[in-house]
Design a protein around this ligand. Structure first.
Ligand code: FES
Length: 165
């Protein structure tokens, strides 16, 4: 009698019932499948080229004749000033060294001024006043083979660098 009652609840011989073994085998198979799928996705990403597209850093800023001697010309789209002195050309970053605001050239005052916190720089980028901790960055300016001036906004150069044309 006791065996009959137990056999009623024992589903090991039932081909359609879910046994504990089948249940855990199903969970194990699902976990293996999920792991294999994740591994395949990561492997496929590894095979793809990891290319980072960045904007160009070199910008043509005209020809030397565009710049009068002793002039500061602003190029707001690339955040650069091109300065021509009797010694030659140099390029200044227009990004304030305090907190990164974009400065403006004030022709009347003969200064580069930051509208955010009042830093002021001379036409060589040296700090005249304000919270800016250091001068404006000097950027690489060069003359291309076709005679045009090119500024590379990614290359900071020594403040004494001057392009003689
Ligand atoms: S960001 Fe230019 S003075 Fe503060």
């Amino acid at each position: 009698m006791k065996n009959e009652v137990l056999a009623k609840f024992d589903d090991r011989n039932d081909p359609h019932g879910i046994t504990r073994r089948r249940f855990f085998m199903g969970i194990g198979a699902g976990a293996l499948g999920a792991t294999a799928s994740g591994g395949t996705v990561v492997f496929m990403q590894y095979l793809e080229p990891n290319v980072l597209f960045e904007p160009p850093t070199k910008h043509v800023v005209g020809v030397p004749e565009d710049y009068p001697i002793t002039s500061v010309v602003s190029h707001p789209s690339i955040r650069v000033y091109v300065v021509r002195t009797p010694r030659g050309f140099f390029a200044l970053s227009a990004i304030c060294t305090h907190l990164g605001c974009i400065t403006r050239w004030n022709e009347q005052a003969g200064q580069i001024q930051c509208p955010c916190h009042g830093s002021r720089f001379d036409s060589s980028g040296r700090v005249l006043a304000g919270p800016a901790p250091r001068p404006l960055d000097h950027l690489l300016i060069s003359l291309a083979d076709d005679g045009r001036l090119v500024v590379d906004v990614a290359v900071v150069v020594d403040p004494e660098y001057v392009l003689r044309v």
